[in-house]
Design a protein around this ligand. Structure first.
Ligand SMILES: Cc1cc2nc3c(=O)[nH]c(=O)nc-3n(C[C@H](O)[C@H](O)[C@H](O)COP(=O)(O)OP(=O)(O)OC[C@H]3O[C@@H](n4cnc5c(N)ncnc54)[C@H](O)[C@@H]3O)c2cc1C
Length: 256
């Protein structure tokens, strides 16, 4: 393969960190609202049953602000710029994205291939050619810019204009449990685009493993009591078998 070959990028999502004992943090905040306790007393040991009862009560009653006390930080590798653009539309979150001004889109920078295109040899050939052309043009613009004596930042920020939506990017995102539940409701839905849907399901998979109570009953409308899509509804509720078949561990990164 030439240096201009299109390298397929793979999604990897890593849960970098989260609020310690996130379910307890939320339960403590909820308890303050409903019991005559001081901040010091909040530190009293609550039983597992108390935590479960409090968290379920908060979610059931819609007292969702208490869920904002638990934050989760993910490192996301191997998503396309098309996907990151959709992700950052979720405003109740914090983001850090690898810069195309400071970081040269180099040999490690890959391109995300949509599965339907990957499955069709003819479409894949067209896609590969477009990506190789984009990478070649980018490299040539960088060479020319550097030869003019311009600084890296100035050269990269211009050369990146020829990179496509498929270009891989890396993002660190922090969301609280309330926003994550909202994000899962929108983006785990079948109507969401395949890539952000895969990302959302993987993020849900990760947080369910560390805070199952906080994310109990989270997911697309069809899984939580009714599809909100009306005439646009796909009419096909997700099943547990279908979720298992996603094999989401494939997309989980190494904590290292
Ligand atoms: C299937 C699908 C198709 C889409 N298609 C398009 C499209 O064609 N074009 C397009 O532009 N976007 C599109 N979007 C993006 C969509 O419009 C939202 O920008 C995105 O989903 C973020 O949702 P949000 O605003 O609820 O989330 P967040 O920004 O995280 O906000 C969370 C919640 O906080 C509240 N909130 C946040 N900011 C404000 C505010 N300024 N004022 C009042 N309340 C606020 C709202 O209750 C909101 O639901 C699409 C999304 C989906 C899921």
């Amino acid at each position: 393969m030439s240096g201009a070959s299109a390298v397929p990028a793979e999604l990897k999502v890593t849960l970098l960190q989260h609020t310690p004992l996130p379910e307890r943090a939320v339960a403590s905040a909820g308890r303050l609202c409903y019991a005559p306790v001081s901040a010091a007393e909040l530190k009293e040991v609550m039983s597992e049953d108390d935590v479960r009862r409090l968290v379920r009560g908060l979610v059931r009653s819609g007292h969702m602000s208490a869920l904002e006390h638990a934050g989760f930080t993910f490192a996301i590798d191997g998503i396309s710029r098309a996907c990151s653009h959709q992700l950052v539309r979720h405003r109740v979150a914090s983001y850090s994205q690898q810069s195309q001004r400071y970081v040269r889109f180099g040999s490690e920078g890959g391109f995300v291939v949509p599965p339907h295109i990957a499955a069709s040899p003819e479409e894949y050939a067209v896609f590969q050619e477009a990506m190789e052309n984009a990478r070649r043009s980018y490299e040539r613009l960088v060479e020319l810019g550097l030869a003019e004596g311009r600084g890296n930042e100035s050269v990269f920020e211009d050369a990146r204009f020829v990179l496509p939506n498929a270009a891989e990017t890396k993002v660190v995102v922090t969301m609280n449990a309330r926003e994550l539940r909202h994000f899962f409701a929108l983006r785990c839905c079948r109507r969401a685009q395949w890539e952000i849907s895969r990302l959302a399901w993987t993020m849900r998979h990760l947080v369910c493993s560390v805070a199952p109570l906080l994310f109990e009953g989270s997911g697309p409308g069809c899984m939580i009591g009714g599809c909100p899509e009306g005439k646009m509804s796909c009419g096909r509720s997700y099943t547990d078998e279908e979720i298992d078949a996603m094999e989401l561990d494939r997309f989980v990164g190494d904590v290292g």
